[in-house]
Design a protein around this ligand. Structure first.
Ligand code: SF4
Length: 358
């Protein structure tokens, strides 16, 4: 075992975070593979503190792969609402159905079979195989990249193919045989609690004496990342149409951003004139609307663009023809899974109509 791995494991034995999907070191058993899988998917791009309540609700409602596989997508997305990156929920659901049909409702134990499942890439497969099945597989997420780039002073950009290859190699070179699950989780914890992106807590670090970046005062310059490009700013108008106490919602196509979620019909606009709103909604949905008045604009930042969306109370001219449309009674809006922007529009609408009645 390398000195790096020995120190990491010794630190983990004393400082492992208590997490609902985790079995602490020294217990001699592996955790529930399904719980490990769900937690690893939820933790992608998401902080542990945000994941914990979602994980608890998920495991209560879907305690087994079979219960997830037999649920409706509507229910799966509703439970995921607010966690973002909804393709993760759709992929969990699809993968559960495949597991039920092809694998007897169990996760396969080997890397190659795990990687055939929707939403499971190299990192997640290795994390599941090592943590849940005790396989000797190294893994590498953002936290681990940062630790390796600092300790071993990797100056190649960590988000370049060459940088990633060098970091994977380091993770593999130091993997302690028979302890991969603890080693991977120890590195996840070290990156999340000590080797922080800014102001790493080097005084508390178990590998400080080995850390080349610390020795040179380069902690803040590692990992090296490719320069970020400016993300575009989009402007959209949403048509908020209410008839007889029901709002018109559209179900987004199953793939892509916010796939399968419900939305108020919305389209990109260059200006927010009445004519521009009406034309944009018509060309996106074949829906004729007469914009009446704007509601407060909503701003949100996605990974690849910033959005300012202005909801418009509109009158419908004709009737919607596509089967993706649905009239939803206002009190039921809460049970239709939506992204953050549409949820805010729904809340604005309900409070606007209730204040106009009182
Ligand atoms: S010494 Fe500092 S920079 Fe190096 S691994 Fe530890 S916390 Fe990170």
């Amino acid at each position: 075992m390398t000195e790096f791995a020995r120190r990491i494991l010794a630190w983990y034995e004393r400082h492992a975070r208590v997490l609902p999907w985790r079995v602490l070191p020294g217990q001699g058993v592996h955790p529930n593979p399904y719980a490990v899988w769900v937690s690893e998917i939820m933790l992608q791009q998401t902080r542990v503190e945000a994941v914990i309540p979602y994980f608890a609700r998920w495991m209560e409602r879907f305690p087994t792969i079979e219960s997830l596989a037999t649920a409706s997508e509507h229910e799966v997305l509703a439970l995921w609402e607010g966690l973002g990156y909804y393709s993760r929920a759709r992929n969990l659901h699809r993968a559960a159905r495949i597991l039920l049909t092809d694998h007897g409702g169990q996760l396969p134990t080997n890397l190659a079979a795990l990687r055939t499942l929707p939403g499971i890439g190299r990192y997640t497969a290795a994390a599941i195989a090592s943590i849940a099945f005790g396989k000797d597989t190294a893994t590498l997420d953002g936290n681990l990249k940062r630790v390796f780039a600092r300790v071993f002073d990797v100056s190649l950009p960590a988000d370049s193919p060459q940088g990633e290859a060098a970091l994977w190699q380091l993770a593999e070179n130091h993997l302690p045989s028979g302890r991969a699950g603890d080693y991977n989780q120890a590195l996840m914890d070290l990156g999340a609690t000590v080797c922080l992106p800014r102001n790493p807590r080097c005084l508390l670090c178990p590998v400080r004496e080995l850390c080349l970046a610390h020795a040179q005062g380069l902690q803040e310059q590692r990992p090296v990342l490719k320069p970020k490009t400016e993300i575009p700013h989009k402007h959209k108008a949403a048509a908020v149409i209410v008839e007889q106490g029901k709002a018109l919602l559209n179900r987004r196509s199953p793939d892509g951003l916010l796939g399968g979620l419900w939305e108020f019909p919305a389209a990109e606009v260059e200006t927010s004139s009445l004519e521009a709103v009406s034309t944009a909604i018509h060309s996106a949905y074949a829906l004729r609307v007469i914009p009446l008045s704007p509601m407060p604009a909503i701003r949100h930042t996605y990974t690849h663009f910033r959005l300012t969306e202005t909801p418009w109370l509109c009158q419908l001219d004709g009737s919607p023809s596509a089967s993706s449309f649905c009239w939803v009674a206002l009190p039921d809006l809460v049970s239709y899974p939506m992204g953050k922007v549409d949820r805010q529009i729904a809340r604005q609408l309900v409070s606007l109509l209730s204040s106009s009645r009182s």
